[in-house]
Ligand binder design. Structure first.
Ligand SMILES: NC(=O)c1ccc[n+]([C@@H]2O[C@H](COP(=O)([O-])OP(=O)(O)OC[C@H]3O[C@@H](n4cnc5c(N)ncnc54)[C@H](O)[C@@H]3O)[C@@H](O)[C@H]2O)c1
Length: 360
């Protein structure tokens, strides 16, 4: 925090719909500033496929330095399928940031907001309110940029370390404890793995069980990833917090976004011991970019997650209240019938943003 107590926020709009959903999110923060004692200082910086096209780098060193100095990092989305490195992979500074700042806990809540129809039969009555925690620095992604490809074979290696797993599970149990304290009934933490086949996952599970002993107040259980996928689409209301490896979490969290209306509804936070990046779960959606159709809700809810994290870090009660105010405003807007293009309605980015601002 700077001398005048302003929270310094690094703003990385990125590519495609990233800047389109970032603009209303910043407007909402300015409204929070005008109605509370909180102060923000925003510094925008480049990152992503367009920057790579111009300079040959996914992001400049100045962006990394800014992220290091800021109190929190907001990111839109990065990457375009048409822009690739010579090895045919995409430009992904959002993944590099997780590695650079050791953001091991990818927190991806999926809450079905009343008024939004789920595709899952029964969800409208029973509700969906779960969190996928995706380990975000190792697992299969540890191999990023290091895979070995020959004419006849390709190899990528998964890495699970004790140091990261212990911090990940302790973080996950603490989150489950916090949700329980806030009234989540039948709560618990489920470790999702493939320990029946891979030694690395048996190791992952062992460390989870050790962590469970340190957190006896939370119900802990395990599921194999394949069974978890099936159960999530049949009975998502049975889940509270789930913790899993990077690649499994990448896939499962898109599935859970699908349960609550779509990618445009799913916020996320990549959290480490010191730094954190807040961004929607979705990508740059090139199919709808530039059309005003992107749903900014996920980005707006990511801002609420950022305020909650800043509140915890700096003991700022007004930031926690502001985060809750944003969530309540989003709920009100959906209860009153807003329907984004994303799930068959006719409300674009500007309509959703305007309605949330009014509800604030
Ligand atoms: N965190 C990130 O920056 C991130 C995450 C995922 C993908 N990507 C990148 O984004 C690009 C596109 O990837 P993709 O198509 O697999 O995933 P995507 O999330 O961009 O899009 C998947 C589908 O969801 C829709 N969608 C996504 N966000 C939406 C929103 N806010 N409102 C309405 N509809 C929305 C899209 O129109 C598309 O039909 C790729 O270059 C990929 O590498 C970036």
């Amino acid at each position: 925090m700077s001398a005048n107590n302003a929270l310094h926020i690094a703003v990385l709009g990125g590519d495609g719909i990233g800047p389109e959903v970032m603009a209303p999110a910043l407007e909402i923060l300015r409204r929070i500033e005008a109605t509370t004692d909180l102060k923000f200082r925003f510094t925008e910086a480049p990152a992503g496929a367009s920057h790579y096209k111009e300079t040959g780098k996914s992001m400049p060193d100045s962006t990394i330095r800014l992220c290091e100095e800021a109190d929190a990092i907001l990111l839109g989305a990065c990457g375009l399928p048409s822009v690739r490195y010579p090895d045919n992979t995409e430009i992904a500074p959002q993944i590099e940031l997780r590695m650079i700042f050791d953001l091991y806990a990818g927190v991806r809540p999926a809450r079905l907001i009343p008024g939004v129809r789920s595709t899952i039969v029964g969800a409208d009555e029973k509700g969906v309110d779960l969190v996928v925690i995706r380990e975000s620095t190792e697992g299969l992604f540890a191999s990023m940029g290091k895979g070995v490809v020959t004419d006849s074979e390709a190899r990528e290696t998964m890495v699970i370390t004790r140091r990261t797993s212990e911090r990940l599970f302790d973080f996950s149990f603490r989150l489950a404890e916090r949700r329980k304290a806030r009234g989540k009934a039948n709560g618990g933490l489920t470790c999702v793995d493939k320990a029946n086949v891979f030694k690395a996952f048996a190791f992952f599970r062992e460390i989870f069980d050790e962590s469970a002993k340190r957190h006896p107040n939370v119900k802990a259980d395990h599921l194999y990833i394949d069974a978890a996928a099936a159960m999530l689409v049949k009975r998502p209301w049975d889940f509270d917090v789930m913790v899993t490896e990077n690649m499994f979490g990448d896939i499962l969290s898109d599935l859970t976004a699908g349960l609550i209306g779509g990618m445009g509804m799913a916020p996320s936070a990549d959290i480490g011991d010191r730094y954190a990046v807040f961004q929607p779960c979705h990508g740059t959606a090139p199919d709808i970019m530039g059309q005003g159709k992107a749903n900014p809700t996920a980005m707006i809810l990511s801002v609420a997650m950022m305020l909650d994290w800043l509140a915890d870090k700096h003991g700022l009660e007004s930031a926690a209240e502001a985060g809750e105010r944003i969530e309540r405003a989003v709920d009100k807007v959906y209860a009153e019938g807003i329907k984004p293009f994303e799930f068959g309605g006719s409300n674009g980015t500007a309509d959703v943003a305007k309605a949330v601002l009014a509800a604030l």
